[in-house]
Write a protein of this length. Structure first.
Length: 627
């Protein structure tokens, strides 16, 4: 019976087989929970070709087109005969299947051109030389490995039939040494000229939960220079680049976090800062499978390309944030800017937050409670509430001992009953023991902003990235980035187009939104070094006027800052537009920039100059007005 089934299958037209079927077989054989826990995702044929074409096919097509002599073509023939392709997270082998089909077509194009130059009969097909033995794969799932071997065997038969080749599909190639069942993160990869694939996606914060402490520690130990929690796919980008030689090319799928923040630094920054250039990419797109993620598709190589494509548009260059602007990832964090912009507190429990009604009731019951009750400033307040006024309160025991905290009876009782039961299950010992304290208390921020009559703050994610004036009766949360300054000159610089352009280039993205980070957006930003006192005072006065105008409009209309800017920022007749235009011109004068200058190029040059000065022990002006 099995032989009869095999006979029927063998008589089918295998040229109609699409690689998607192998991915479907693989996914259907793996438990859904295991797929999600290990970040295993099947890749569609269309997305695979967004890597195979730029990384392999077009590379060879351009080389064949540029070769015009028999000698040049013969050299290419020998190179192609020894060309090796690796997928270090091969799954069912779909990437290898399509890469093989493409290389067999390239092989025929090369042979046809050789025959044409030799004036031989091009109608007589020559025996091919590209074989499945030039393709390699690694996966830690044994069933996937067996399936990938079969997939590549089928690929050869399909290519022979599709291209009418003179080679035989038999005997079958033995691929036991080519496609192996191993952990790609902890095994030596075979030599390859092209590395392609879709490594697993798994956020760094989920790694311990899904993979276990022992395996997570093993990863962190191997990649000890990656100091933050990052998506696991970034390690594949890192390893792929380190295994490619100067002529090598890489193309991988990753979550769209590969171009964001810490994961970008671990992966794409590592690639671009170690000799490679990204030549074709999709910055972000919804995943074609059932996983609810957005992905990025990245192709890179060592040689400069004259045709770079980002999101199907031709661009001059592509940076590690997968944007076409000047690559500012090499900007240095400036010592002069440190300890001026902070991340807010992280309570580590939602029940630290209380309503205004509860707060006022507790203060009425015992006036001492106002010592540990603060307004809570979060990103939503800043963006949506008139003048960013907080509408929630938080119980803030700061660094009080348990004996001191317990004197505030009602707030302490609330924390004991609502926060402690959850903290008792926390994996971190310090959180369990200090259950009445915030998870992250931000002591440097407290010392810096609470001594000022006011400070400036911006939401971590927003459309406009406009700093607002805030007051020390409120404490910023994690989604708020406060700046310890009360000088409206500093507010003017941070509110200008010059700073916003830098933020857009430096920050990561959360789907459609940009993220303001104190490390990458603020600490790398070079402030003007030699503005005249007259320009400083004009910037200060304009920023003050802008603040007063915005405050009055928000109060009158009961709008948040986002709604105000949506309505008037692009209206030339509005006062908001006019004040921003005036401020932008003054800030350019403070820097000595011209209106038609490439701002990112100018700012990056200044950043590197200031970093070099700091290394030499010279003084650099940070976020304050020069004296």
């Amino acid at each position: 019976e099995e032989l009869r089934v095999l006979e029927v299958a063998a008589l089918e037209d295998w040229g109609k087989v699409r690689p998607a079927i192998f991915g479907n077989i693989f996914e259907s054989a793996i438990d859904v929970g295991e797929r999600h826990a290990h970040g295993i995702h099947y890749t569609s044929e269309a997305d695979i070709m967004k890597i195979v074409r730029p990384t392999i096919s077009r590379y060879w097509e351009e080389r064949i087109e540029g070769a015009n002599t028999i000698e040049e073509l013969t050299i290419l023939q020998e190179e192609l005969r020894n060309y090796r392709v690796l997928d270090p997270a091969c799954g069912s082998g779909n990437f290898l299947y399509l890469a093989y089909q493409e290389l067999k077509q390239i092989e025929q194009d090369l042979l046809d051109k050789i025959a044409e130059r030799r004036r031989s009969n091009t109608g007589q097909r020559q025996i091919g030389f590209v074989t499945p033995l030039q393709f390699f794969g690694i996966d830690n799932n044994r069933f996937a490995v067996e399936l990938a071997r079969v997939t590549l065997m089928i690929a050869r038969k399909v290519a022979i039939d599709r291209l009418d080749l003179l080679e035989s599909a038999l005997p079958l190639d033995t691929l036991d040494q080519n496609i192996v069942c191993k952990d790609a993160l902890f095994t030596e990869w075979p030599k390859a000229d092209a590395i392609i694939g879709n490594p697993p996606f798994l956020g760094g914060y989920r790694m311990r939960k899904e993979l276990g402490d022992k395996y997570a520690d093993k990863i962190f130990s191997k990649f000890d220079d990656v100091i933050d929690q990052v998506d696991i796919c970034s390690y594949w980008f890192r390893l792929a680049h380190s295994h490619l030689e100067q002529k090598g090319r890489g193309g991988l799928v990753g979550t769209n976090t590969v171009s964001q923040g810490k994961t970008r630094i671990a992966g794409l920054d590592y690639i671009t800062q170690n000799g490679a250039l990204i030549h074709e990419a999709v910055s972000t797109q919804p995943w074609s499978g059932d996983a609810n993620v957005h992905v990025s598709i990245v192709n890179w190589c060592y040689s400069k390309s004259n045709s770079n494509f980002l999101d199907n548009q031709k661009v001059k260059h592509i940076n590690s944030a997968l944007k076409s602007s000047q690559d500012v990832s090499q900007a240095k964090r400036l010592k002069a800017n440190s300890n001026h912009c902070f991340q807010g507190i992280m309570p580590g429990g939602k029940d630290f937050l209380i309503t205004e009604e509860t707060a006022l009731s507790w203060i009425s019951s015992d006036a001492r409670n106002q010592n540990i009750l603060r307004l809570f400033l979060d990103g939503s307040n800043l963006a949506k509430v008139p003048n960013g006024k907080p509408n929630r309160w938080i119980i803030d025991f700061d660094d009080l001992s348990i004996e001191e905290a317990s004197q505030y009876k009602l707030p302490f009782k609330h924390i004991r009953e609502n926060v402690k039961p959850i903290r008792d299950k926390n994996r971190r010992e310090t959180r369990r023991i200090n259950w009445w304290k915030f998870g992250e208390n931000a002591p440097k921020m407290r010392c810096s902003i609470f001594e000022l009559p006011h400070y400036f703050a911006v939401p971590e994610t927003s459309k406009w990235f406009i700093f607002l004036v805030c007051y020390p009766d409120s404490i910023p949360g994690k989604a708020t980035k406060p700046v310890a300054s009360d000088d409206f000159y500093v507010l003017g610089i941070l509110t200008s187009k010059t700073h916003r352009v830098w933020v857009k280039a430096q920050s990561s993205t959360l789907k459609g939104d940009t993220r303001y980070t104190h490390n990458t957006c603020f600490e790398t930003f070079p402030f003007p070094q030699t503005p005249t006192p007259k320009i400083v005072e004009k910037i200060r006065a304009t920023a003050t006027a802008l603040h007063e105008y915005r405050s009055e409009q928000m109060e009158r209309k009961q709008w948040g800052i986002t709604k105000l800017y949506n309505a008037y920022f692009d209206e030339p007749a509005s006062q908001l537009y006019k004040l921003h235009q005036q401020l932008d011109k003054l800030v350019l004068q403070a820097y000595g920039f011209k209106p038609n200058d490439d701002l990112l190029e100018k700012l990056l040059t200044l950043n590197l100059e200031l970093a070099a000065k700091e290394e030499a022990g010279e003084t650099v002006i940070g976020p304050w007005a020069p004296q």
